[in-house]
Design a protein around this ligand. Structure first.
Ligand SMILES: [Zn+2]
Length: 372
């Protein structure tokens, strides 16, 4: 299988994130993608290729140009405004109750992007869980190019291809970044596929978290079906979307399928949910499926609470590929670094119909260097 990878992700060099008001060691770090790349190279069955540039148009097909402009200048604005922070996090968010009683027209006129960069981050951001640093914009652009090059490979005839996107994307909505995500790589890919083929596209999102951004972007669209298996938002981020009764509206009515799972969800629970998702893929036409692939469903993940093991990733990959659809597989989350490479190998080998055996000895030390 071809793997699209760009070293530009390394520029998104995040050390801390904010969790409930305090800075904690970042989960979404460069080592994640490097672990996966190293494991896929060691496997021998994957061919790495670099992305080609696709420009800004495919991004603004999906995202508000204002969001793109903010992300482009956010770091230089933080410095220009003399704010001594190692990363940009918002100061104040426009909570919906701030505008209670006002008409939609009044809100549209009154809620404007401020000048203070902390206020601007609140205007465009969902949360404080997406630390922005000097290289974030460049890395986010590269992640989109990785996704779109993966689309090119599949539309060019590959049965499946994998884009090692970092930063991830599925929490980013049309006019909002958040949850470690800046541009929605999977949504940009899905939109590009509909544009190139005129076909319907399904997204299957197997990250531990609900992809609120992907849901929002396609909520009223009949040409992109969004199917997500995730932690129940009553107990987990993104808290305010991801429930089973969110089904889309207008032309998108019935095109959104959320499958929230309980804490401690097992391999068996997950495979039953996978079968429901596969059924929803097969219920609509289209030859290409976009996979939002996350491994924060793993039993040892530091921010998840499912109990999945490596073997189940192989089986989920096999079942999704058994739809017969061509697969654009894009990396989202997964934060237990020691297992990421093996879990990715398992999923992708399953999707190719190859058996999975753990790699002997090779791996990373705690410091991140390759051993064995
Ligand atoms: Zn996640």
């Amino acid at each position: 299988m071809q793997v699209v990878y760009s070293p530009v992700h390394l520029a998104h060099d995040v050390v801390f994130e904010t969790y409930m008001g305090i800075a904690v060691p970042a989960n979404e770090v460069a080592e994640r993608a490097e672990r996966i790349r190293t494991a896929l190279v060691a496997d021998g069955g994957f061919a790495l290729t670099g992305p080609t540039e696709h420009g800004e148009a495919p991004i603004t097909d999906v995202h508000d140009p204002g969001l793109v402009r903010f992300l482009e200048v956010a770091w230089s604005e933080l410095r220009r405004q003399g704010i001594p922070r190692a990363f940009l996090s918002a100061d104040t968010y426009p909570n919906r109750s701030m505008f209670e009683g006002m008409s939609h027209e009044a809100i549209a006129a009154l809620v404007r992007e401020p000048e203070h960069v902390g206020g601007r981050a609140g205007f465009w951001g969902l949360d404080s869980a997406a630390p922005l640093v000097a290289g974030t914009y460049a890395a986010s652009l590269a992640a989109v190019d990785v996704a779109l090059t993966t689309v090119d490979l599949v539309l060019g005839g590959e049965q499946a291809a994998y884009g090692l996107c970092r930063p991830p994307g599925h929490h980013a909505a049309r006019s909002m970044y958040g949850g470690y995500c800046f541009f929605n790589n999977a949504a940009i890919a899905a939109h590009a596929i509909t544009k190139a083929t005129g076909e319907r596209v399904s997204i299957i999102d197997v990250d531990y978290h609900h992809g609120n951004g992907s849901q929002q972007i396609f909520w009223r669209r009949g040409d992109v079906r969004y199917i997500s298996i995730h932690a129940d938002p009553r107990r987990q981020y993104p808290y305010f979307l991801g429930r089973a009764d969110e089904k889309g509206e207008g032309e998108g009515a019935g095109e959104n399928l959320n499958i929230p799972l309980r804490a401690g969800a097992t391999n068996e629970d997950y495979l039953a949910a996978t079968d429901r998702a596969v059924e929803a893929i097969l219920a609509v036409s289209g030859s290409v499926v976009v996979v939002s692939l996350g491994f924060d469903t793993y039993g040892l993940d530091p921010i998840g609470d499912f109990a999945l093991t490596t073997d189940v990733y192989h089986e989920v990959g096999r079942r999704v590929a058994a739809t017969g659809r061509r697969l654009v597989i894009l990396q989202e989350g997964g934060y237990h670094r020691p297992s990421l490479g093996e879990n990715a190998r398992a999923w992708l080998r399953g999707a190719e119909g190859r058996p999975f055996e753990p790699l002997p000895a090779a791996g990373f030390t705690e410091g991140g260097s390759v051993v064995g």
